[in-house]
Write a protein that binds this ligand. Structure first.
Ligand SMILES: [Zn+2]
Length: 293
């Protein structure tokens, strides 16, 4: 705004000088307005006027060069009539609409970028994945597994770990609900559809276990969030057994939740929380804020 003000002042000064020149030429008077010596001093005065004008033209050019070009006008054809609305409330809508338009353009751009990134991720389990025929998108492999096979896989996993116990219940349907207890640290309820993990709730060791309420404690809420990320990471439609085994192995790495420091900052607590993130490949502990981006 300051540059614009300077430019406008320079233009105003130039106009004043030009007006003075024309007045002087029109009246035949010099700078001092005296008639006696007007004829002798007139050429000198004219010279002065012209040099002042030349210097002010330079000022204007300099001031204009410092101005930023204004942004492209928005193409809002019928909206411009709002600016001519007779009531003040109506006129105020125009600014709001322009801001809204900017936001929508911004959202469109960002969603395009997000879509490109999501399409690159072959592990996605979204049913909205673009470019794949509908039949291939249906997950027939992992959720059409008979209960006996699910039991067998889960029991195999159960035998792998001394400090983690998994029990299976089928209260609501033929689909298994796994109750996992990890040492005296935490519990989790995992709902499966066949061998596809559908939801996870992580809670403290002393808390009630159900699928519908979240933990009271921030640390276990974070673990629940991270478990969802792990579900997506390890999901593999072609080898569902492998996917469940990888997930449970990742989950078991929380056995040292409160007893290992963060791999990056070396601290046990950050923002009053232990390292609640485990690297998907190395299972190394990190705080949420310290994990590699
Ligand atoms: Zn850390």
């Amino acid at each position: 705004m300051a540059e614009l003000q300077t430019a406008l002042t320079a233009i105003r000064l130039l106009r004043i000088s030009v007006r003075q020149l024309f007045n002087s030429v029109g009246s035949g008077q010099g700078v001092d307005g005296g008639e006696d010596n007007s004829m002798t001093n007139f050429p000198r005065d004219l010279q002065e006027f012209l040099s002042t004008i030349a210097s002010r033209v330079r000022d204007v050019e300099q001031a204009v060069n410092t101005l930023e070009p204004t942004p492209e006008p928005f193409d809002l054809p019928s909206m411009m009539y709002l600016g001519q609305h007779t009531t003040q409330e109506g006129q105020a809508f125009h600014d709001t609409l322009v801001n809204t338009y900017r936001w929508i353009k911004d959202v469109e751009e960002k969603s395009d970028v997000a879509q490109t990134l999501l399409n690159q991720n072959s592990m996605t389990r979204s049913y909205l994945t673009a470019g794949r025929p509908v039949k291939k998108r249906l997950r027939t492999a992992s959720h059409n597994v008979p209960p006996e096979q699910v039991d067998s896989v889960i029991m195999t996993i159960n035998r792998l770990y001394d400090d983690m116990t998994i029990t299976i219940s089928r209260q609501l349907s033929s689909n298994a609900v796994l109750h996992v207890t990890l040492g005296h640290i935490l519990k989790a309820v995992i709902a499966c559809k066949g061998l596809l993990i559908e939801s996870v709730v992580v809670k403290g060791y002393g808390e009630s276990t159900d699928l519908w309420t979240e933990s009271r404690h921030e640390v276990f809420k974070k673990l629940t969030e991270n478990a969802y990320a792990a579900m997506l990471q390890f999901d593999s439609p072609t080898s569902p057994e492998c996917s469940v085994i990888s997930f449970m192995d990742w989950f078991h790495s929380f056995t040292n939740l409160f007893s290992v420091p963060c791999k990056r900052c070396g601290l046990y607590l950050h923002n009053f929380l232990p390292p609640t993130w485990r690297d998907f490949d190395t299972l190394e502990p990190y705080h949420q804020e310290c994990r590699a981006s």
